[in-house]
Design a protein around this ligand. Sequence first.
Ligand code: ZN
Length: 92
Amino acid sequence: MSAEDKEDKTETACRICGYDDGDQVFDEYGVPQYVICPCCYSESGIGDDNVSQVREVRGYWVATGAPWHDPSFRPADWDLLEQLANIPPQWR
Ligand SMILES: [Zn+2]
């Protein structure tokens, strides 16, 4: 058996908004770590396990002005589109 059998499923970017501070939101087995995003206020593992739901939550968040749950985490030069680009392709 090769290394390909052990695919690393680690995700550090929020599936909803792309916020990524390097902490795992899903571990190497794809198990959610239930991390609350300081940006969009989603929790990994809650309502983000299928792409249509992810898109719906993201659409609502963007439509309401992409508010930060905890603005103290917001970088001074924050760029919404740049952050959205962090979202893993399968969750876009
Ligand atoms: Zn988020």
